[in-house]
Ligand binder design. Structure first.
Ligand code: ASP
Ligand code: MG
Length: 417
C-alpha cells in the first residue's frame, strides 16, 4: 500500500529535526513511501529576497544568495563526510542560479520567481535523499517537474490533471521515492510553483493521481487545534474533521489545510492525517469523510488588523444591485478579499485585511462614486459551532462593532477597549 508523507520546512530546519525525520522514516521502512519535502526552514523566504533583489537590479542578489548557500553549507558540513557527492550536487544547483542571476531578468516577475525559488525544494530533497541513504534508508530521488505538469501561470500554476496522472502512474513504480513539494513543470520544461505552502497540495495531487489510501502531513504541532495557541490559552486538538469543515475553517483564515489541498482528497475520500514529528506516538488529527467534527467544540479564528469599510450612496438612496456590482468590481480590481460583508438599506459594510498597499487605493476609488466611512484597528473573530460561552469569552474587554450570525458560524468584529 502506497503512503504519502509530507514534511514541511520546519521539520527539516536544523540538524536535530533532520535526524528526527530520519528516525521516523526508519519505522516505515517496509512501506511503499512517497516522501514530499518543502524547502528547509525559511529558505523559500530567503529565495524570495534573492528574486526581489535580482529583479530590482540593486546589486544585492549575490549577497542574499550567499545567505542561502551558507545555511545549506552549515547543514551538509555537519551531516556528511567531506568526500560525499552531495557537495557537488548542491554546488551545481547554486551554479544554475548564479547563471540565472547573470542574465537580464525576464519581464515576467513570476517567471523569475519560479526559476529561483524552486531551488529551495531541489536542495532540500537532494540533501535529504543523500542523508537518508547514508543512514541506510535507500531511496530514489525524483524530479517533481517531470510528473507534476502545469500550465505557465508562474507562481500559481494550474495542474494539468490528465498529464500529471499519466506521468505519476508511469514514473512512480518503485519505492521509497523522495520528491519536491510546491513545484511543477510546463510542457516546455520550465519550472513553475503552485503558490506558497504548496507542498501540501503536491502530496494531495500525488495521492489523487495514484489512488493512495493514506497521506500524512508531519508537523511540529500535535495536530489541528481548535484555535491558534498564540491567541488562546486552552486550545483543544480536533481529532476528526470532516472535509467540508476543514474547507470552511481554512476559508475563514484558520491555518488548517489549504482548500486546494483538501479538494482532490475529498473527491476520492482519501483521509489526511496531521501528525507531530516531535511526538509521533500521539494521536493525529484526521481530515476525512466524517459527519461531525470531533470533539464537537467551538473553533476560533482570529484576523487582526482589519478595517471595516462602509459604503453608501452619496444621496442616501437605497443600496441596490447596480451599486453592489460596481462596489464588488472595485474590490476585485484592487485585489482586496472580503472577509465579511453586511448589507442594510442604505449602506454596505465590508471587513477586509487592512493591507497598506491595496486598501488606500481602493478607498480612493470608492470615494469617487460613494460616501465612504471606515473604522480601523479592528479584530475579526470567527467562531464555528459557537455557543453563548464562547462568544462571551471573546467579548471581554472588547467593544463589539459588528456581529453576523448564521447557524454554525458567527463573525464578531471588535475593537480593544
Ligand atoms: N517551500 C514552500 C513555501 O514555503 C512550499 C511549502 O512549504 O509548502 O511556501
Ligand atoms: Mg515552507
Amino acid at each position: 500500500m502506497i503512503k504519502i508523507f509530507k514534511f514541511g520546512g520546519t521539520s527539516i530546519k536544523d540538524i536535530e529535526n533532520i535526524k528526527r525525520v530520519a528516525e521516523i522514516l526508519d519505522d516505515y521502512s517496509d512501506d511503499s513511501l512517497i516522501i514530499v519535502f518543502s524547502a528547509m526552514g525559511k529558505v523559500t523566504n530567503m529565495l524570495e529576497e534573492v528574486t526581489e533583489a535580482y529583479v530590482k537590479k540593486n546589486g544585492k542578489a549575490e549577497n542574499k544568495l550567499k545567505v542561502v548557500k551558507d545555511f545549506h553549507a552549515h547543514l551538509i558540513d555537519t551531516l556528511f563526510e567531506s568526500d560525499n557527492s552531495i557537495y557537488n550536487e548542491v554546488n551545481n544547483l547554486f551554479v544554475e542560479i548564479e547563471w540565472v542571476l547573470e542574465d537580464e531578468p525576464n519581464p515576467d516577475f513570476s517567471f523569475n520567481y519560479d526559476q529561483i525559488v524552486s531551488i529551495g525544494e531541489m536542495l532540500s530533497t537532494k540533501i535529504m535523499s543523500a542523508y537518508l541513504s547514508e543512514k541506510g534508508f535507500k531511496n530514489s530521488w525524483l524530479d517533481a517537474r517531470g510528473i507534476i505538469r502545469t500550465d505557465n501561470k508562474y507562481r500559481n500554476a494550474k495542474i494539468d490533471w490528465k498529464q500529471t496522472i499519466t506521468f505519476c502512474k508511469d514514473k512512480i513504480t518503485y519505492f521509497p521515492i523522495i520528491t519536491q513539494g510546491f513545484i511543477g513543470g510546463t510542457s516546455e520544461n520550465f519550472t513553475t510553483t503552485l503558490g506558497r505552502e504548496g507542498s501540501d497540495f503536491t502530496a494531495a495531487i500525488l495521492a489523487f493521481a495514484l489512488d493512495v489510501k493514506q497521506v500524512i502531513i508531519w508537523k511540529d504541532v500535535d495536530g489541528v487545534l481548535n484555535a491558534d495557541p498564540r491567541f488562546f490559552e486552552d486550545t483543544e486538538q480536533l481529532m476528526k474533521i470532516p472535509f467540508k469543515e476543514a474547507i470552511e475553517l481554512a476559508y475563514y483564515g484558520a491555518k488548517v489545510m489549504h482548500p486546494k489541498t483538501i479538494q482532490p482528497l475529498q473527491r476520492k475520500s482519501i483521509p489526511l492525517e496531521v501528525k507531530s514529528f516531535i511526538n509521533p506516538n500521539k494521536d493525529s488529527s484526521i481530515i476525512g469523510d466524517f459527519e461531525n467534527v470531533e470533539p464537537f467544540v467551538p473553533s476560533y479564528i482570529v484576523k487582526e488588523n482589519q478595517i471595516l469599510i462602509s459604503v453608501s450612496d452619496k444621496n442616501l438612496s437605497f443600496i441596490v444591485e447596480e451599486h453592489l456590482s460596481s462596489i464588488f468590481t472595485l474590490f476585485a480590481k484592487y485585489g482586496v478579499r472580503v472577509n465579511m460583508m453586511q448589507n442594510s438599506a442604505i449602506s454596505f459594510s465590508v471587513c477586509v485585511d487592512n493591507d497598506r498597499h491595496k486598501v488606500p487605493t481602493l478607498l480612493t476609488a470608492l470615494k469617487e462614486n460613494f460616501e465612504v466611512h471606515f473604522n480601523e484597528n479592528l479584530i475579526m473573530y470567527t467562531i464555528r459551532h459557537y455557543d453563548e460561552d464562547s462568544i462571551a469569552k471573546l467579548l471581554i474587554n472588547k467593544e463589539l462593532v459588528l456581529e453576523q450570525k448564521s447557524q454554525n458560524t458567527i463573525h464578531l468584529v471588535v475593537k480593544d477597549k
